[in-house]
Design a binder for this molecule. Structure first.
Ligand code: GLV
Length: 326
């Protein structure tokens, strides 16, 4: 331990490359890693966190009052290896003086890239093309084979023009798309360079978009934001893209809309009950399914780790990390 460095133990809930944890070890902290991808059972988890000064968790770990109490009064920080914090009871953390650290900004480009990959794949019907080629049933070029949606001139409805929503919109502009967006309050400073139109009514945005992409946090208010009624507002030729959080969409209602041809396709990186995927989605032809890969590039994942370790070190030294939740 260094003379004036932070002291204590950091419990890490899943295996991570040793290099990513080195800043914590180099600072003299004890780093205790649960070295398996399978989560610990609650009793064992509570025993492991007892006495920890900080927890390093990921989006599949639930951080609730019981976990915080099991850690005890010495717990100063919870760092999540994600930008989303819906798995963390932020109020319970605040009440116990525990700082919540997350990883905004560094994953914006990677997540926006992945969103465009889903959009392009759905628009150009790549899943159907892949199945056709892989099945051996392709008979060669044909004038009307798998005709998709051309993006130029189409409207992208962005629900949530925050960091990632804006980055997606900027990419879509390069493909000639027109941007419309909805959120609680207009964001003229983000909208101006994108020439994005604010639509104050979500229902109207859905009804007038060719592609809808979701970029908002999961909260009790946004759960099933796209329910059966709202999904029915999208035009039949439209595509739905979700690389934010699965429960924003009623997956059963989405399957029904796709099955009945009331929606042309979907690109999904997230699901209501990960890693379970609604069986209906697996059977549908024009659905692009990714296993929650939004931030999954080497560059981004390293940057996220740096934010977590730096945030923990700052919090344990008594400071306020820049990437702490308000
Ligand atoms: C990924 O979903 C994240 O929140 O970082």
């Amino acid at each position: 331990m260094t003379d004036d460095g932070p002291a204590g133990r950091v419990f890490v809930t899943r295996p991570l490359p040793a290099a990513w944890l080195a800043p914590l070890r180099d600072a003299g902290l004890t780093v205790d890693v649960h070295e398996a991808e399978d989560p610990l059972a609650t009793a064992e988890l509570h025993a492991r966190v007892a006495g920890a000064a900080a927890l390093w968790v990921q989006l599949t770990d639930r951080v609730d009052a019981a976990l915080l109490d099991a850690a005890g009064p010495g717990l100063r920080a919870v760092a999540t290896y994600s930008v989303g914090t819906n798995h963390i009871d932020a109020t319970a953390c605040r009440e116990r003086g525990v700082v919540v650290i997350h990883t905004p900004d560094v994953l914006t480009d990677a997540t926006a890239d992945l969103t465009l990959a889903l959009l392009l794949a759905a628009a150009r019907r790549l899943p159907e093309g892949q199945r056709l080629v892989a099945s051996g049933g392709w008979r060669g070029w044909a004038a009307t084979q798998l005709l998709g949606m051309e993006l130029r001139g189409r409207t992208l409805g962005v629900v949530g023009l925050g960091r990632i929503g804006s980055a997606v919109a900027a990419r879509a502009r390069a493909f000639g798309m027109r941007i419309a967006y909805h959120q609680r309050h207009p964001r003229p400073e983000a909208a101006a360079p994108l020439e994005a139109d604010f639509v104050d009514d979500l229902d109207r945005l859905l009804a007038t978009s060719d592609v809808v992409t979701l970029h908002l946090p999961l909260t009790p208010a946004t759960r099933h934001l796209l329910d059966a009624r709202r999904l029915a507002l999208l035009p039949a030729h439209a595509l739905l893209i979700n690389a934010a959080r699965g429960p924003l969409v009623d997956e059963g209602a989405l399957v029904a809309a796709l099955r009945e041809g009331r929606l042309a396709g979907a690109g999904l990186d997230v699901y209501e009950e990960e890693p379970r995927v609604h069986p209906g989605l697996l059977e549908l032809p024009n659905v692009v399914l990714a296993p929650h890969l939004g931030s999954a590039t080497d560059t981004t994942r390293r940057a996220m780790a740096e934010l977590c370790s730096a945030g923990i070190l700052t919090a344990l030294a008594g400071g306020r990390p820049a990437n702490a939740l308000a």
